[in-house]
Design a protein. Structure first.
Length: 92
């Protein structure tokens, strides 16, 4: 009987959907998330901020930062704020 319960527990944990991406999650989580999760979080962050940079630029900035191992432990919200405050001149 105990093996049966263990098997149910293992299958239950595999079948559960991943938790939704949150602003306090790290860029490591951003990189591992699905496009739909990223989009949902980006919409949430945009609603709570005063805007600034175009959405595609912010998304590109987040993706670029997430691809750098040195930035993997930064929170998504911190990087989002930095990305929205960027100007085109910052990229030059």
């Amino acid at each position: 009987m105990p093996v049966r319960y263990l098997l149910i527990l293992i299958l239950g944990s595999v079948a559960m959907p991943a938790l939704a991406l949150q602003p306090q999650d790290t860029l490591r989580d951003w990189r591992a998330a699905t496009g739909a999760d990223r989009d949902r979080l980006l919409q949430q962050l945009e609603k709570s901020s005063d805007g600034g940079a175009p959405r595609k630029d912010v998304l590109s900035c987040l993706d670029d930062a997430a691809s750098m191992n040195a930035h993997a432990d930064l929170t998504i919200s911190e990087v989002f704020m930095a990305c929205t405050k960027r100007t085109p001149e910052d990229s030059i």
